[in-house]
Ligand binder design. Structure first.
Ligand code: NAP
Length: 283
């Protein structure tokens, strides 16, 4: 790849770190890898990666990506590495990311915090998206490397932003999955099999996704007027879902938390408003 070839260090060769290093090798970069258990580097060495004996050796690269399991496991490795430029791809909280940013600034390390919105098998494909926050100059300087991993999206100079987006998006995913599993359990009480129900659930999920921009507009404007579906009938529906779940002998955990939240919003005077008004009870 000629002049754009870079020396890239990768700290951590778990499922994700190995995928990152593999994509970088595929793009022709010179990849220096380090892992606590060096044997995991084998397949990457076969593809042309070089093995660093220590984190500091890997940190001699132009830019270092770190992808360890947690911030706690990562910090001693980062301290030992002391890279010039660090892109941290370990998942954590915004406060943890800001903590590393503060440490990096005190060490004179250019720092970008990223979160990977993909599974390892998606790395290097157009489906992978990676969110970044922190130093925009550092992001821009190494965008060529980051583009290899997945579509890079820069969110802002706050190093905690990527982790905040990550948790917000994962929260939506977990809520959706929990709702789906509750639905499967509920119809399952009458012998409906997942393969019978899932096509309908999948289409319904897409339709519900279509409501999001409208809900977002209402939250942005604070105008919760609706001629479509008021909160009170939705709150009543949730009470029916909870009652039916109990009657069918399954857990009420998923609907109970939503029923309680919607009921609080109704009690606060939002019964005739749109569902978007529930945000007033969440904030
Ligand atoms: P993983 O397969 O469990 O790998 C964990 C990595 O951390 C390994 O390289 C492991 O080294 C290293 N590690 C753990 N404790 C360590 C310690 N005390 N000192 C040094 N190294 C240590 O995890 P993963 O799936 O690659 O995930 C890595 C990060 O990517 C996580 O923060 C995860 O949330 C994030 N992520 C993962 C996915 C995914 O789908 N997998 C998606 C998005 C984001 P050893 O090999 O020596 O054990």
């Amino acid at each position: 790849m000629g002049e754009s070839k870079k020396h890239v260090g990768v700290l951590g060769l778990g499922r994700m770190g190995a995928a990152l290093a593999g994509a970088l090798l595929g793009a022709g970069h010179d990849v220096l890898v380090w892992n606590r258990s060096p044997l995991k580097a084998g397949p990457l060495l076969d593809r042309g990666a070089r093995l660093a004996a220590t984190p500091a050796e890997a940190a001699s690269a132009d830019v270092v990506l770190s992808c360890l399991s947690t911030y706690d496991s990562q910090q001693p490795v980062l301290a030992a590495a002391a890279p010039k430029v660090l892109v941290n791809l370990t998942s954590g909280t915004p406060e943890q990311a800001r903590g590393v940013a503060k440490w990096a600034a005190s060490e004179g390390i250019d720092y970008v915090d990223g979160v990977i919105m993909a599974v390892p098998q998606g790395i290097g494909t157009p489906q992978a998206q990676v969110l970044y926050g922190g130093s925009e100059a550092t992001f821009a300087a190494h965008r060529d490397v980051l583009e290899v991993l997945g579509r890079p999206v820069f969110l802002g100079e706050d190093a905690g932003l990527a982790a905040l987006y990550d948790l917000a998006l994962l929260g939506m995913m977990w809520s959706t999955m929990a709702g789906y599993l509750h639905a499967l359990a509920l119809v399952g009480t009458e012998g409906v099999r997942p393969e019978q129900f899932t096509p309908m659930a999948s289409a319904w999920h897409s339709a519900v996704g279509g409501f999001l921009p409208g809900i977002g507009d209402q939250v942005a404007s604070g105008d919760y007027a609706t001629d479509v579906s008021a909160l009170d009938i939705n709150a009543a529906g949730l009470a029916m879902l909870e009652e039916t779940s109990r009657a069918q002998g399954i857990s009420t955990a998923v609907p109970a938390v939503l029923r309680e939240l919607f009921a609080r919003a109704v009690a606060a005077g939002h019964g005739s408003h749109a569902i978007a008004s529930v945000i007033e009870e969440i904030r």
